[in-house]
Design a protein around this ligand. Structure first.
Ligand code: NSS
Length: 429
């Protein structure tokens, strides 16, 4: 029976195993060859000596090029000289699919070459490990919501109106009509809570953002949730518990991958209660640090870096002015200039990972905010309808999967967290 590389590391000395994988690296010492065999679970050294395999097998192994697919059989041996202390001493070697050309992914090639060849670069053990951590992270998100009675909903991608302002919409020709790719499924979730009360989704969102930063993708995966009968405090508590759960659970599920990456997750960063500061307090920090920060200043990447550097935990930035937030945000009843909104900033300059808020639940108030923003109530007719039939206080949030992974794994760029990243300059491969 075939075994995975990961299993072989735990196998008995002397056990016979079959492995199916790819040639990651090769070293030749005349009649002794070493192949690092790669599969989805790791890399293991295979020693092929001329005396142990058939002459045909040895010939095939001598000629085999990097990234050819192979099936090998052999005996498990503990050997302190082998990476990870285990090797397989080969008894049979068979090529399944020969590599026809030199593999373009080599040590020292530029980032551009790596991402032009993302379809091949994915095979690198480090990228494989990141994708596994991502999968664990998404699993943790499902566990969290399922254990709390949230229902998963799948929302449309073609939409007809902006959620987060019109500037970042991708337009699509929808049989001669104008449609857009969704920026957020929030409005559909708001409709769904009147049936399901607590819902969540994990879907792609699209933003035509012309920002060349280390944290912007034009297509990113968005964890979003919406809760009926929820207020500001419920909202912040849910976000904090989710983020803490994601970090701790992903670390727990990803021990092997973290070893490959040479990383440990900073679980200490989420142990204490997350700090909270208002927008007004954030401005004071900025001023203290010599930045120009008048009321109404947008909190961009640079400002976020300065603010989050003052805290060891993720920090909630709350009560943004109405003008800085989308029209649906509910004004704070005790100061209507600001909204019951909160962004969560990750430590170490990673910036915003969550955007959230309490929604306006009053029909007339929502309609007048739509008009005030220069939007057309007709475009939001069904969204307004939700406030006509048994409206309730409600709140929700959105969290970017790639941004959270960037923070947890301390990656230099969000593109490293996406299988095939989409950015301002890249839609291929
Ligand atoms: O624009 S957000 O702050 N908020 C919303 O879209 C709400 N409508 C969500 C909701 O309440 N249901 O985006 C939420 C998060 C943000 O904090 C980031 O983590 C992520 O989505 N995000 C992005 N990640 C990567 N690239 C880009 N361009 C991006 N934009 C937002």
């Amino acid at each position: 029976m075939s075994r995975s590389v990961g299993e072989v590391f735990g196998a008995r000395e002397g056990e016979e195993v079959e492995l199916k994988g790819w040639v990651w690296r090769k070293r030749s010492h005349g009649r002794l060859l070493f192949i690092d065999l790669r599969d989805s679970t790791g890399v293991i050294q295979v020693a092929i000596s001329a005396g142990r395999v058939s002459p045909d097998g040895f010939n095939e192994a001598s000629r085999v090029a990097r990234e050819s697919s192979v099936v090998i059989r052999g005996v498990v041996a503990r050997d302190p000289r082998a990476p990870g202390g285990v090797e397989v001493r080969c008894t049979s070697f068979k090529v399944v699919g020969e590599a026809l050309d030199d593999f373009p992914i080599r040590k020292g090639v530029s980032g551009r070459v790596l991402y032009d060849n993302r379809h091949l670069y994915l095979r690198s053990p480090r990228v494989t490990a990141i994708m596994r951590v991502r999968s664990n992270l998404v699993w943790a998100v499902h566990e969290f919501f399922r254990s709390r009675g949230f229902v998963e909903v799948d929302c449309p991608t073609f939409v007809t109106a902006a959620v987060e302002g019109g500037a970042t919409l991708f337009e699509v020709n929808y049989f001669g009509k104008k449609a857009y790719l969704t920026q957020s499924v929030q409005f559909y979730q708001e409709a769904a809570i009147y049936a399901l009360e607590k819902v969540y989704s994990i879907q792609p969102s699209f933003r035509a953002e012309k920002s060349r930063t280390t944290r912007h993708l034009t297509e990113f995966w968005h964890v979003e949730a919406e809760m009926a009968y929820a207020g500001f405090e419920d909202l912040l508590r849910t976000i904090e518990e989710l983020v803490r759960y994601i970090v701790l659970r992903t670390a727990e599920l990803s021990a092997r991958e973290l070893k490959v990456l040479g990383r440990s997750v900073r679980t200490d960063e989420v142990e204490d209660p997350f700090q909270r500061i208002t927008y007004a307090e954030a401005l004071e920090i900025l001023r203290r640090r010599g930045l120009n920060a008048e009321w109404g200043t947008d909190i961009g990447a640079d400002e976020e870096r300065v603010i989050s550097s003052e805290f060891q935990t993720p920090v909630f930035l709350t009560h943004f002015p109405r003008k800085l937030k989308a029209f649906y945000h509910k004004p704070d009843p005790s100061n209507r200039e600001v909204t019951l909104s909160a962004d969560l900033l990750a430590p170490r300059g990673n910036g915003e990972i969550v955007g959230s808020g309490v929604r306006i639940d009053d029909y007339e108030e929502l309609r007048s905010r739509i008009l005030e923003e220069g939007l057309r109530p007709e475009d939001y007719s069904w969204y307004l309808d939700l406030r006509k039939y048994g409206s309730v206080p409600h709140a929700g949030f959105g969290l970017g999967v790639e941004r959270v992974l960037k923070w947890i794994l301390d990656l230099p760029h969000v593109r490293m967290a996406a299988l095939f990243p989409r950015t301002l300059t890249r839609v291929m491969p």
